[in-house]
Design a protein around this ligand. Structure first.
Ligand code: PEP
Ligand code: MN
Length: 357
């Protein structure tokens, strides 16, 4: 059995937060600073906080409707920024590797003991990539495939991660079912209707919420023997222009710990989402204290206009909101006093939207 304690996450819960994609040095550092402030407040609660951000960014379509190529990441340069963020703030870094060719860059900038190579939903059964990443001493966060969680497939992918330290398997929502014959069939519709009435499912969400897949994953002996940790990523399920749906991102992230016993959640946080080049409408704010709404894409409805954000009727939870709830949840478990709690809340209250490093 390998040593799964390397990343120091056992017995703790972990929030991984940061922008979907790294877009500029300033954006990457600004968000890292905010995330580090939340980390400072959460430390006494046994809550680890990490930083996410894609240097390579898989997009569903490579071109927009006018045939122009879309943003697919700043690539190797982003790893350099992440290395700087890891060194400056000591935050564990989570960032995606998309191809065998790029694996070699990770060791140059990141810290194998502290940081995680993310393998995305689209690559979760790319065996060549898994063997390559599996030959490096890094920790790994492996996403479940877009078609959903299949325990045997998860085991098969993880068996290829031979040399890695801590391995985290991340449940990230699944595509709605498509009938094999391609036509909408009545029984399938009835099933979908029934599903929609169950906890955590929502009409209009982009993916089905498979948060409860952890129940099966936890029963697998190979995964438990190997000390695999489990993460939940609600962004791709509830992200969208609808703020009440987007509120589910934070609500389900909190539930992942309080009701489902996940070890980790990953969320996308970007304070200037009105200008984001990708996944703008699944981004959460770090906080709403002193927020300049026009810089966000919150409250914009289906049409996102740069500079058009406004205070929404339904407020999506922020990273600070989630931290407040999780601190309350952990307080008794870690035996903290009311004084410690007030201290942490003061630190969270002091985080301001426009604070610069
Ligand atoms: C991401 O986390 O940025 C991402 C692309 O996720 P997924 O691979 O789950 O789509
Ligand atoms: Mn994203």
């Amino acid at each position: 059995m390998q040593d799964m304690s390397k990343a120091g996450l056992a017995g703790k819960i972990t929030i991984v937060a940061g922008p979907c994609a790294l877009e500029s040095y300033g954006q990457a550092m600004e968000m890292a600073y905010k995330v580090s402030l939340v980390r400072d407040a959460m430390e006494p609660f046994g809550i680890v906080v990490g930083y996410r951000g894609g240097a390579w960014k898989p997009r569903t379509k490579p071109d927009d409707e006018n045939g122009n190529g879309v943003f697919e990441g700043v690539r190797e340069e982003g790893l350099r920024w992440l290395g700087k963020i890891g060194d400056t703030y000591g935050l564990p870094i989570f960032t995606e590797c998309m191809s065998e060719d790029d694996v070699r860059h990770f060791g140059r900038y990141l810290d194998a003991e502290r940081d995680f190579i993310q393998i995305g939903a689209r690559n979760s059964q790319n065996f060549a990539l898994l063997y390559n990443v599996g030959g490096m001493p890094f920790n790994v966060l492996l996403k479940s495939p877009q078609h959903g969680v299949d325990v045997e497939e998860a085991v098969g992918s993880i068996m290829r991660l031979k040399r890695n330290g801590t391995i985290v398997y991340c449940v990230r929502g699944q595509k709605p079912f498509i009938p094999p014959d391609g036509v909408d069939d009545k029984r399938l519709q009835e099933y979908m209707e029934k599903l929609l009435s169950s906890d955590g499912q929502c009409r209009g969400s982009r993916n089905l919420n498979n948060i409860s897949a952890i129940k099966k994953l936890r029963k697998d002996l190979y995964l438990s023997d190997r000390g695999v940790l489990f993460a939940y990523d609600p962004s791709h399920t509830f992200g969208g222009a609808d703020d009440s749906l987007r509120r589910m991102i934070g609500e389900q992230a909190v539930k992942a710990f309080t009701d489902y016993d996940y070890d980790m959640v990953e969320v996308e946080v970007n304070d200037r989402s009105s200008h984001a080049k990708c996944d703008a409408n699944q981004a959460l704010l770090s906080t709403t204290t002193n927020v300049v709404w026009s810089e966000t894409n919150v409250g914009q409805g289906s049409k996102i206009v740069p500079g058009g954000g406004k205070e929404p009727a339904v407020m999506p939870l922020t990273l600070v909101d989630m931290a407040r709830e999780l601190a309350r949840y952990r307080k008794s478990e870690v035996g903290l006093s009311n004084n410690d709690m007030e201290n942490a809340m003061r630190k969270l209250d002091a985080i301001s939207w426009d604070m610069r490093p």
